[in-house]
Each structure stands twice: as structure tokens, then as C-alpha cells.
Design a binder for this molecule. Structure first.
Ligand SMILES: Cc1cc2nc3c(=O)[nH]c(=O)nc-3n(C[C@H](O)[C@H](O)[C@H](O)COP(=O)(O)OP(=O)(O)OC[C@H]3O[C@@H](n4cnc5c(N)ncnc54)[C@H](O)[C@@H]3O)c2cc1C
Length: 402
């Protein structure tokens, strides 16, 4: 039988890859084109789970996914996908103890950028559109069929999704499935209406960001990411063959068609001004591309990965936020395992969509007084801590109750 994946972003495409590796038959449905949205337009900054950028369950997700990125780099070719270890500098002073060397300042960077934000031991980068191209090539070679159509609903029998309804120019049709994975990114909120009995995230659209790419490859030689900390939140990610920057968050309406998401001229200008203040030589470089895309959120701004509540074979994986390229492979891997009825390689309990059901109480909280039960039910990290270290967390909760 066939697993149908809705969405050709990094979550959907890596889910396809991990399913194919286990011999499953996969059809990927994409309404526009593989990597047409954020997975093809993102920066590609990757931070390991224990690099100090993440903590708790997100840290474990990031650790698993960082390791998967390293595996993908070996499998697909590090150079081909722009994978390499990097350093990161931000606006500010080095703050290193006397005698300890900080991150060397590249000659192209304004002197105010000395704040050490990490080095090659925990940081890396990938060029997302190249990674997505290589992933698409890999899944196609392994027999994944890619169907360009918009998924508009599901046909359900009891708790089982039997088929996915598709809209194509001039016709509607459906494909049968043994399981469905919803990797729809910012458009995941549409799936809530497909499962009226269930509770799925309703608020999956974050801010739109504008990105600019220059043809400057000299900047990329130092492999140093730059956080400007400016009003437009511009971050500069030099790559080996070009220099990428993004910033200027805004909150317009999300269109249905990803191709309608275009960067306004004034936002491109703002990102350019902030980037050039940090990297003056960019003023002489040529802009080769500018794009815009939305951050994929969720009601509590955490990733959502798990079985759609009250179904036996529908899996949702969305809400990657600003770390969706980093965490995409682990989210895709977990979704693939769940679609096959297997346990994901790491505990994904903290990302279970059940948490959006206000009546849901994790088993671990069932014997607590109502107030603490509600606290644990709404806080997946607390629930997980309680599962792992019940005695200590119960003591802390008891103190809170007093
Ligand atoms: C400007 C910017 C920079 C970023 N930089 C980084 C970074 O440096 N590092 C990092 O880790 N993360 C970064 N991110 C986050 C990351 O890009 C996203 O979290 C990630 O790409 C989301 O992947 P996805 O597969 O969930 O969604 P998407 O990439 O949005 O893919 C979803 C796909 O589903 C398709 N789809 C939706 N609905 C349907 C439907 N009904 N039928 C068929 N197809 C459908 C869409 O067309 C789309 O192609 C950045 C994000 C932004 C906005």
C-alpha cells in the first residue's frame, strides 16, 4: 500500500526519503513545486542540539536532526548541498577571558562584530535549495511519484484515512493510501477542517521574511555567519558561492499560491542597507535573487509531529519555525516511522498534536490535583520532565502548590 505525503518542503521530502529507505511505496503531492516555499528560500543555518542554541525536547530534536544532516551530506555530497561547518559572529564585543582567543574577524566584516555566537564544533550550514534539489533527485530515483496537485481533503472510514482528495486544473480526483503524512508547512492550518473530530493546530502562519542573495563568493570563504542585531533583524549567511541575507519580518496575509509570495521593494532595500552596514563590500556586489517566505508556526510556537488525534493512519509534521531546515529531517524521519506504525528513533511526545486538545491530560499527570494537572497538560516539556524524573519533578510541583 501507498503512503501519500502532502507537501514538498523539507519535512515532506525527507519523510519520503526515510519511507523509501524502508521499502515503502510513496506518492508525494505538492500544489506548486518541490521546495517552492521556505524550504527552497531559507538561510540554512544549522545548530547542534548541545551547541547552546536549544534546550529540552527541542535540543534533543535538533541533536538528532543535526546528525541526520551530517548523514545526508555524506550520502548526497557535502559540496553539492553546500554543507559545511561554520562560525558565527554578532554585533558586540568578544567577551572572552583574557588570553583566550575569540573567533577571528574576517577582513570583510565591520569591526563592531566580535560577539562569539559559536564555532565549527556545533554550527554548520547547508544551501537549502541545493539540498532540496538533491533530495528530490534521490527520492525520484528511488521510485517516489511526485504529483502536482492541491490536496483538498481526505476520505475517512471510522478512524482510518482511505484516500486523499486532490484538485488539479479542470478536475478533482483522489488517491488511495495506507497512511497520509501532512507536511504542509504554513498551510497546515487547512488540515484542521479535514479532521473536524480532532484537534489540530489552527495558527500555523508566522511572519514573512525577505531575503537577498549577492554574487559575492569571497565573503563565503571564511564560513562565518553574521547576526546584525539591527532593527530589521538581518542575518547574513555567506555561502561558498554566494552571500545570502534575510530580515525585515512583516505580517501580511498568506496567499494560497506560494508563487504569489514576493518580496516588496522597500523590504529588499532595508535588508540590503542593514547587510551593507555589516559587510560594506556587498555594496559593490550584484544582487542575483531576492525572495520572501513565511515562518511555519503553531499555536504554541513549537514543532508539531505525531498522529492526528482520533485517527489511526494520519500523521502531521509542521511548525518548524525558524529552525525547520535544521529539524526537518528528524521531523520527516519521525513522521515516516509513525506512518509505518513504528516508534520514531527519538521520543517525540513533546510534539504530539494531542496537546492542542484542552481536555487532554498526559497519563503522567492523571493523579495530580486539577491545577497541576492543567499545568502539566499545557506544558509538554514539563510532562516530559515528569516522565523522566518523576520524584524530583513531583517535589518541585508540590512546592509550587504550597
Ligand atoms: C526567511 C527564512 C529563513 C529561514 N532560515 C532557516 C535557517 O537558516 N535554518 C533553519 O533551520 N530554518 C530556517 N527557516 C525555517 C525553515 O525554512 C522552515 O521551517 C522549513 O523550510 C519548513 O519546511 P516545511 O516542509 O514544513 O514547509 P514548506 O517548505 O513551506 O513546505 C510545505 C509545502 O507544502 C505544500 N503544500 C501546502 N499545502 C498543500 C496542499 N494542500 N496540497 C499540496 N501541497 C501543499 C506547499 O506548496 C509547500 O511546498 C527559515 C525560514 C524563513 C522564512
Amino acid at each position: 500500500m501507498t503512503t501519500v505525503i502532502v507537501g514538498g518542503g523539507i519535512v515532506g521530502v525527507t519523510a519520503a526519503l526515510y519511507l523509501l529507505k524502508k521499502g515503502a511505496k510513496v506518492i508525494l503531492v505538492e500544489k506548486c513545486g518541490v521546495a517552492c516555499h521556505s524550504s527552497g528560500k531559507a538561510g540554512g543555518f544549522l545548530t547542534d542540539g548541545d551547541s547552546g542554541w536549544h534546550s529540552g525536547s527541542i535540543g534533543r530534536l535538533a541533536k538528532r536532526s543535526f546528525a541526520l544532516h551530517e548523514e545526508l551530506a555524506k550520502e548526497l555530497g557535502a559540496e553539492k548541498i553546500g554543507f559545511r561547518r561554520v562560525k558565527c559572529l554578532g554585533l558586540g564585543s568578544a567577551e572572552k577571558p583574557p588570553g583566550e582567543a575569540g573567533i577571528p574577524q574576517p577582513a570583510w566584516l565591520a569591526k563592531e562584530y566580535q560577539r562569539d555566537m559559536g564555532n565549527e564544533s556545533g554550527l554548520a550550514q547547508v544551501t537549502p535549495y541545493k539540498l532540496m534539489e538533491a533530495l528530490q533527485e534521490a527520492i525520484t530515483k528511488q521510485g517516489c511519484e511526485i504529483v502536482i496537485a492541491k490536496a483538498v481533503g481526505v476520505e475517512v472510514d471510522g478512524d482510518t484515512v482511505k484516500s486523499v482528495k486532490l484538485q488539479m486544473p479542470g478536475k478533482t480526483t483522489s488517491i488511495s493510501c495506507s497512511a497520509v503524512i501532512l507536511g504542509m508547512g504554513v498551510w497546515a492550518r487547512e488540515a484542521a477542517a479535514w479532521f473536524p473530530e480532532s484537534t489540530l493546530p489552527q495558527s500555523t502562519v508566522g511572519s514573512r521574511y525577505t531575503s537577498v542573495i549577492w554574487d559575492d563568493s569571497d565573503v563565503g570563504r571564511d564560513a562565518t555567519m553574521v547576526f546584525t542585531m539591527g532593527d530589521e533583524h538581518t542575518e547574513i549567511y555567506p555561502r561558498s558561492n554566494e552571500c545570502y541575507a534575510n530580515g525585515c519580518p512583516s505580517q501580511p496575509e498568506l496567499p494560497d499560491d506560494p508563487l504569489e509570495i514576493q518580496p516588496p521593494a522597500e523590504e529588499i532595500e532595508k535588508v540590503k542597507v542593514e547587510s551593507i552596514a555589516a559587510v560594506p563590500r556587498l555594496k559593490d556586489a550584484t544582487v542575483i535573487r531576492s525572495t520572501a517566505c513565511f515562518l511555519a508556526g503553531s499555536d504554541d510556537n513549537r514543532p508539531v509531529v505525531g498522529r492526528v488525534p482520533k485517527t489511526s493512519n494520519a500523521i502531521i509534521a509542521c511548525g518548524g519555525g525558524c529552525w525547520g531546515i535544521l529539524n526537518g529531517p528528524a521531523m520527516g524521519e519521525a513522521a515516516a516511522a509513525l506512518a509505518l506504525g513504528e516508534e520514531p528513533p527519538i521520543d517525540m511526545g513533546a510534539f504530539d498534536p494531542m496537546r492542542f486538545d484542552s481536555s487532554y491530560v498526559p497519563t503522567v499527570a492523571k493523579d495530580l490535583p486539577p491545577k497541576l494537572m492543567a499545568l502539566v497538560a499545557q506544558n509538554p516539556d514539563l510532562a516530559e520532565a515528569l516522565r523522566q524524573d518523576p520524584e524530583r519533578i513531583m517535589n518541585i510541583l508540590a512546592m509550587m502548590q504550597d
